[in-house]
Design a protein around this ligand. Structure first.
Ligand SMILES: Nc1ncnc2c1ncn2[C@@H]1O[C@H](COP(=O)(O)OP(=O)(O)OP(=O)(O)O)[C@@H](O)[C@H]1O
Ligand code: SF4
Ligand SMILES: [Mg+2]
Length: 375
C-alpha cells in the first residue's frame, strides 16, 4: 500500500489534453542478417492519469514501441514518425532534450530488476543518485527523499531497507525499488514493461496495487506492457493489441473483453485462463503458428497465415485500423467500401467510439461467422 500523504500531488484522472501523442511511429533495425521491421505506423494518445495496456505475444513489438517513446533504442534502430511529450517532439530531438525528458518526464521500468540495479550500491544510494543528478538535491536530502519513495511504493521498514543492497531484497521488493527509482522525479509518463512477469501471483497483485495508487495519487500516466490479458483486465483502462509490429485492435478494456473484433484478440482471449472455465478436462487453446519476423511490412493482413477467417482480400491488402461508427459519423467511408458484406458493414457501424479494429471480417460479424462454420 502507498502511504497517505503528499496529497498536494493528487491530480484528477484524464484531465486536459493528451500527455503523450504518438503518430505514425515505425521502427526498423539493421542487423547482420538484414532489416527487421519491428513497429509499423503506430498511433497512440495517452491522457493524464490513464493506464493503457499493450498486449501481444512475444516479438509483437511491445517493448520496441515502449522503448522508442523513452528514447532507449540502440543506434541500430531507425525510428520514423512523431512522439510528442507534453507538446515537445522527441523523435530526432538533440541528446540533451532526450536526457532531460528521460527520468524527469518519462521513465521506464524493466522486467528484470536485478539486471537494472547496481549490485554494489545500496538502494538508497541508487535512488539518491537519480535525485542528485536530475533534481540537484544534496546527498542527505536525496537519501531522505529515497526513504519517502520507498514508503510510497510499499516497502516495509523503509528506514532500514534504504541501506540494503539489491541481493538482500526479494524479487517483489526489488521491483518496487525499480518503480521508486523510476518515479523519483515524478515523471508524467511511466512505461512499465512486463513489471510483474517474473513474480508470483500475490507479489504481482501488490505491484499492480502500487501502480494503480501512483496513478490515483500522483496522476501518473502509465503504459503497461504485458503478454498477459489477465493482468490487462486487472489494471488497464484501455488496451492496444499488437501483432507483428502493428496495432490490430484498440478499445476500452471492458469493451475489448466483451466484444473482441480481431481474430488475433479472440485467439488470445481463448488462450487466457479464466476461473472455472477450464476446470476438469477443458484445455486452453493455443493460436497455431508463430509471430513472423518481418523485413518489410506487407500490404496484407500479417495475421492471415494463422487466421481461420482469412480470404483473398486479407492477402491482397492491409486493413486499416478503423471504427465503423467513426466512419459513419464522419461520412468518410474509406475502408468501409472494401467491406463487401452488407451485414458486416452494419455490424462495423455498431462499434462504440474508441473501439477500433484492423480486420476485413471482424469476429462476430456474419461473414466471419460463416467462415468459422465453413459455410
Ligand atoms: N535490437 C534489436 N535488433 C534487431 N531486432 C530487434 C531488436 N530489438 C527487437 N528486435 C526485434 O523486433 C521485434 C519486436 O521486438 P520486441 O522486443 O518489441 O517484442 P515484444 O513484443 O516486446 O516481445 P516480448 O514479449 O518477448 O518481450 C522482434 O522481432 C525482435 O526480434
Ligand atoms: S479476417 Fe482477414 S483481415 Fe481479419 S484477422 Fe483474419 S486474416 Fe486478418
Ligand atoms: Mg518485450
Amino acid at each position: 500500500m502507498i502511504s497517505p500523504g503528499r496529497a498536494e500531488l493528487w491530480i484528477p484522472q484524464h484531465a486536459g489534453s493528451p500527455v503523450l501523442e504518438v503518430r505514425g511511429l515505425s521502427v526498423t533495425f539493421t542487423t547482420e542478417s538484414g532489416t527487421v521491421s519491428a513497429v509499423d505506423n503506430v498511433d497512440l494518445s495517452l491522457a493524464q492519469g490513464e493506464i493503457v495496456g499493450i498486449v501481444g505475444e512475444s516479438g509483437c513489438g511491445k517493448s520496441v514501441t515502449g522503448m522508442s517513446l523513452a528514447g532507449l533504442l540502440p543506434d541500430s534502430a531507425r525510428v520514423c514518425g512523431s512522439v510528442r511529450l507534453q507538446g515537445v517532439e522527441l523523435i530526432g530531438a538533440p541528446q540533451s532534450t532526450l536526457r532531460a525528458a528521460r527520468g524527469q518526464d518519462i521513465a521506464y521500468v524493466f522486467q528484470e530488476p536485478m539486471s537494472s540495479l547496481n549490485p554494489v550500491l545500496t538502494v538508497g544510494q541508487q535512488i539518491g543518485e537519480v535525485l542528485q543528478a536530475h533534481r540537484g538535491l544534496s546527498r542527505k536530502k536525496a537519501l531522505a527523499r529515497a526513504v519517502e519513495l520507498l514508503t510510497l511504493v510499499g516497502i516495509p521498514s523503509p528506514l532500514r531497507r534504504v541501506d540494503s543492497y539489491p541481493h538482500q531484497l526479494s524479487g517483489g521488493m526489488r521491483q518496487r525499488v525499480m518503480i521508486a527509482m523510476a518515479i523519483a522525479c515524478e515523471p508524467k509518463v511511466l512505461v512499465a514493461d512486463e513489471p510483474t512477469t517474473a513474480l508470483d501471483v500475490t507479489v504481482q497483485a501488490g505491484i499492480l496495487d502500487v501502480l494503480r495508487e501512483l496513478r490515483d495519487r500522483l496522476g501518473t500516466t502509465i503504459l503497461f506492457i504485458t503478454h498477459d490479458l489477465g493482468v490487462i483486465a486487472d489494471v488497464a483502462d484501455r488496451v492496444m493489441v499488437m501483432y507483428a509490429g502493428r496495432v490490430v485492435e484498440r478499445a476500452p478494456v471492458d469493451e475489448l473483453f466483451a466484444r473482441p473484433q480481431h481474430h488475433y484478440t479472440a485467439g488470445l482471449l481463448v488462450a487466457t485462463p479464466t476461473p472455472g472455465r477450464h476446470a476438469g478436462t477443458d484445455r486452453l487453446q493455443e493460436i497455431p503458428g508463430l509471430v513472423p519476423v518481418l523485413s518489410i511490412q506487407p500490404d496484407a493482413c500479417t495475421f492471415a497465415e494463422r487466421c481461420p477467417a482469412a480470404d483473398a482480400q486479407c492477402l491482397a491488402s492491409a486493413p486499416a485500423l478503423t471504427s465503423g461508427r467513426h466512419m459513419a459519423d464522419s461520412g468518410d467511408m474509406t475502408g468501409m467500401a472494401e467491406i463487401t458484406d452488407v451485414a458486416d458493414m452494419a455490424n462495423m457501424a455498431s462499434l462504440p467510439p474508441g473501439h477500433l479494429v484492423a480486420c476485413w471480417h471482424p469476429c462476430g460479424q456474419p461473414s466471419a461467422q460463416r467462415r468459422w462454420a465453413g459455410t
